[in-house]
Design a protein. Structure first.
Length: 463
């Protein structure tokens, strides 16, 4: 019997895991004491754990499994590719058919001014690529002082050095003396948490103008780019007020800096468009992508490059000293192609926009009536619930931030659904193939979870 056998007892797997496996974003001391949960198989929107429990995957893995789990079509495409050419690099004047086919496909899906893709294996690597690309671009254009990059507090762009720096997670910055010099952060458009004293649209304009102020203070001649997620995902599904992106668009139009739309979560149909920037009518110069590109079946990321940036980088010739062993990996490209074919054939992007998106949203927003919920919001298939101790004063948070959220997350799992907690916001991002029946069940499970959480919080005197 080996550790990856499904018949290995849960406790034995947990002990081996505790002894040898260091988990991402985890407090290993408390995790090892508690024991990990073990997922052994999955199909559609359903996960199964080592105890045989069926769990609704309300997070599509980690925001990535657009087409649902267990698609043999993707596995078959990868198998075929691996038998034919399992690996070759794309350095040294070389390419291979799956990388070419995927690049053409991505160019056809992207807006007309974006026609090229630089490959890597993750969203973090994509943003490290962005970091080097924007600085090199301005350098090539004879403006080496345009180095500064503006991100947003509570934005998330990965956990490598550049990814962490561009993101605005203070706890991450504290580990490793980050951000890297030359990265600046402006306030986020988080109306519920930070702007409720203003009307939402007024707040949207107010936070967008933080970009204008930052550029003007630092100097346009010193700023290379602004990077943002169309909707902040890991920060808590923060959907900006309607006024936000149009005002950012105006500011960017008036200034000569690059706009990087981080599409790692918002891309590939999550918002009912191929890309989240398209949803908001933005025209990015660069688009980091990952996650939904392969639906997580194999690791792959990339940076979609606009003609403007590509031409700038190529203008004077010379090598861009950047790339990864696995850039354009043939098996990952085959997975991406099979995944994109499913998304297209099944019309999943339109389904999010016109069918399952509005269907779930209508039901999700009604959860705002629950005594524990201060706000319910949803766009595409990205949803959040703000848990609050007292509905009559909804913007006053829990005293001990994160306790209610963590409790609710654990109860949700017990009730048979994965819902993630960011502080005291509960967030979902289900697979795009979620059926109406599954959406009904999802909402019913969340209702029960909210009721159960409410009872425990009351018992513990936290309400
Ligand atoms: N950008 C965004 C917007 C993300 O949400 C993430 C991951 N959650 C990343 C980048 C980093 O991607 P990865 O974990 O694949 O490195």
């Amino acid at each position: 019997m080996t550790a990856h056998s499904n018949v290995y007892p849960t406790k034995a797997l947990q002990d081996l895991d505790a002894a040898h496996h260091w988990h991402p974003f985890s407090d290993m001391k408390s995790l090892n004491a508690e024991g990990t949960r073990i997922i052994t198989s999955a199909d559609g929107v359903w996960l199964r754990d080592s105890e045989g429990k069926k769990i609704l995957d309300g997070m599509a893995g980690l925001w990535c499994v657009q087409v649902g789990h267990g698609r043999t079509e993707i596995a078959d495409a990868v198998h075929k590719q691996m038998v034919e050419l399992s690996y070759y690099n794309t350095f040294f004047k070389t390419t291979h058919p799956p990388a070419v086919a995927l690049s053409e496909k991505l160019a056809s899906l992207a807006p007309a001014h974006i026609n090229r893709v630089f490959y890597c294996s993750s969203g973090s690597e994509a943003n490290d690529t962005v970091f080097r690309m924007v600085r090199t671009y301005w350098d090539k254009l004879g403006k080496p002082d345009k180095k500064g990059i503006i991100g947003r507090w509570n934005g998330y762009h990965g956990s490598t050095l550049a990814g962490t720096s561009l993101g605005g997670m203070k706890a991450m910055h504290a580990q490793g003396d980050l951000p890297i010099p030359g990265v600046y952060h402006i306030d986020q458009p988080y109306w519920f948490g930070e702007g409720h004293e203003m009307d939402p649209d007024e707040f949207g304009i107010f936070t967008a103008r933080k970009l204008e102020q930052a550029i003007d203070e630092i100097g346009e001649d010193k700023i290379a780019a602004f990077i943002a997620e169309p909707v902040q995902g890991a920060g808590g599904v923060i959907i900006p007020p309607d006024s936000y992106w149009p005002e950012i668009r105006r500011i960017l139009k008036e200034r000569d800096i690059l706009f990087v739309s981080d599409e790692v979560i918002c891309g590939f149909g999550r918002m009912g468009e191929w890309f989240g920037s398209g949803y908001y009518g933005m025209e990015p110069d660069l688009m980091p992508i990952a996650k939904g590109l392969t639906s997580g079946y194999l690791p792959m990321g990339g940076v979609m490059v606009s003609d403007r940036v590509a031409e700038g980088l190529m203008l004077a010739g010379g090598e861009f000293y950047h790339g990864y062993t696995y850039s354009g990996h043939p098996a990952c490209a085959a997975a991406a192609l099979a995944n994109l074919e499913i998304i297209e054939r099944e019309g999943l992007v339109g389904r999010v926009k016109n069918d399952i998106g509005p269907y779930l949203k209508e039901r999700w927003l009604k959860l705002a009536g629950h005594p524990l919920v201060g706000e319910a919001r949803m766009t595409g298939l990205l949803g959040a619930l703000e848990l609050v101790p007292n509905k009559t004063n909804p913007h006053k948070p829990f005293r001990d931030a994160g306790t209610a959220g963590t409790l609710c997350r654990d109860i949700s799992f017990e009730n048979g659904m994965v819902m993630r907690a960011v502080r005291d916001s509960m967030i979902i991002s289900p697979p795009l193939v979620l059926t109406h029946e599954e959406a009904d069940l999802l909402v019913k499970t969340v209702e029960k979870t909210l009721d159960d959480t409410f009872q425990v919080l009351k018992q513990d005197g936290l309400l």
